[in-house]
Design a protein around this ligand. Structure first.
Ligand code: SAH
Ligand code: F3S
Length: 439
């Protein structure tokens, strides 16, 4: 008997890439592949990539160089995901040891393409398949209490800085019944928290049902105690969606709501479809409907033409929106995006200096909020052992991480804890009641 071929996948970028890698393990598993965590043992090495910023791509190029060492005779080294889609066959020219380049809509053919590459013919597949949902492919996930579920692929928005519409193609939503079926299967295996994924996830529409319907349906699944989603688009929070969030108990009190900038001039040039005021109205509507809700965001500094005064509007927005956390980025020019043509290049040192000031503002705001939370009681889900020490890492519904002194077998359990201290972002907590049964 021929031994099973072993595949190693390394994943970069967003949660959707994590979900896509799980999908690839599912697809290749059907073809008889087994998974390995050791590149040195693998027959097939895949790097699932991100193209959103240049530094993400540079890291991948570096990593591909390192992984070459592990490529054996007849083995295959492939680049998949958004960078593969963006560069396509050019990547084969630029990186001679890469055998295979496959974009996010091409995974169904992955095993076939690997066979072609293994026979010595280098291949690229970067076709968009707007119908592709991989509906029949059960993803192979790490077993655990939490799971990511892709409900929408692609993006129809055209933010001028963003390469995603070109790497992930047009927006399409999975059918509600299919998503619910997957959640039911996961819940049956002990998963109690699901995160629904899409680039503008709250614009979800399967032709019949909108995101409000999806939240209610997923929230009703037996065994599901927590529902999260990422990332929503500010103006897609219709009153129906806000109401569904408010009345669906499982929907957690946290929203990651990318704002990108606090300046209306910059927002317009980014082709974001809201003003600062409109964004703040959305935040206020969510706060009014969902007591205790917390917000995190994405912010870009140094977008073409951004002035010091406009940047300061972003700083003041951090305080005004009162974010609990923010992912902050220096603008990275992406070939093929509309922003390439915008005048007003911001010098790299200016961008770096703005980024440092923004991070400082975000941290100070988060720290002030965290200190004020010490003493609060929260329900936490124990996720895993903390990196150092004997403590376990747990998460509140509001998306705060709490270190708690619990035994390792409590993974997947819900406990009530009192927050007793904070580092400014992470909390220390003590358990105040025994484990709550899962529903
Ligand atoms: N709609 C997706 C956005 C994907 S990109 C989502 O909300 O998940 C994730 C984040 O990367 C964006 O919100 C933006 O803040 C940042 N980003 C995207 N393109 C960028 C660029 N060219 N330079 C810097 N940051 C960028
Ligand atoms: Fe990108 Fe804007 Fe879509 S950030 S993923 S084009 S909503």
């Amino acid at each position: 008997m021929i031994p099973a071929r072993r595949v190693y996948i390394e994943t970069y970028g967003c949660q959707m890439n994590v979900a896509d890698s799980e999908l690839m393990f599912g697809l290749l598993g059907r073809e008889g592949y087994v998974r390995t965590e050791q590149p040195a043992e693998a027959d097939v090495l895949l790097v699932n990539t991100c193209a959103v910023r240049d530094n993400a791509e540079q890291r991948v190029i570096g990593r591909v160089g390192e992984l070459q060492r592990h490529k054996r005779a007849g083995g295959v080294l492939g680049v998949v995901g958004c960078m593969a889609q963006r560069l396509g066959p050019k990547l084969l020219e630029q990186v001679p040891r890469v055998d295979l380049v496959v974009g996010p809509d091409g995974y169904r053919n992955l095993a076939q393409l690997i066979d072609i590459a293994a026979s010595g013919q280098r291949v690229a597949d970067t076709e968009f398949r707007a119908w592709e949902h991989y509906e029949d492919v059960p993803p192979v996930r790490e077993k655990g209490p939490t799971a990511f579920i892709t409900v929408q692929r692609g993006c129809d928005y055209r933010c001028t800085f963003c390469i995603v519409p070109q790497t992930r193609g047009p927006e399409r939503s999975r059918r509600l019944a299919d998503v619910v079926g997957e959640v039911e299967r996961l819940a049956g295996q002990g998963t109690s928290e699901v995160t629904l994924l899409g680039q503008t996830v709250n614009s979800y529409h399967d032709g019949e049902h909108d995101f409000a319907d999806l939240l209610s349906a997923v929230g009703r699944v037996n065994g599901v105690r927590r529902v999260r989603f990422t990332s929503p688009y500010p103006t897609d929070f219709t009153p129906r969606v806000v109401e569904a969030m408010a009345i669906t108990d499982a929907v957690c009190e946290h929203v990651h709501l990318p704002v990108q900038s606090g300046s209306n001039v910059v927002l317009r040039r980014m082709l974001r479809r809201y003003t600062r005021q409109r964004y703040l109205e959305v935040v206020a509507a969510l706060r009014a409907a969902i007591p205790g809700i917390t917000f995190s965001t994405d912010i870009i500094v140094g977008f073409p033409g951004e002035t010091e005064a406009q940047f300061e509007e972003t700083l003041s927005l951090v305080a005004e929106a009162d974010f609990d956390d923010a992912y902050t980025f220096k603008y990275s020019l992406r070939d093929g995006t509309p922003a390439v043509r915008l005048p007003g290049h911001v010098a790299d040192e200016v961008g770096s200096e703005r980024l440092a000031r923004l991070i400082d503002t975000v941290r100070r705001n988060a720290r002030r909020k965290s200190l004020a939370r010490v003493g609060e009681m929260h329900e936490v889900l124990v996720e895993r052992r903390a990196k150092r020490g004997e403590l376990m890492l747990a998460r509140t519904r509001t998306n705060h991480l709490v270190l708690v002194d619990l035994p390792a077998q409590t993974v997947g359990e819900y406990h009530r804890v009192r927050l007793t201290g904070t580092t400014g972002s992470t909390f220390i907590g003590t358990v105040v009641t025994p484990a709550l049964a899962v529903l």
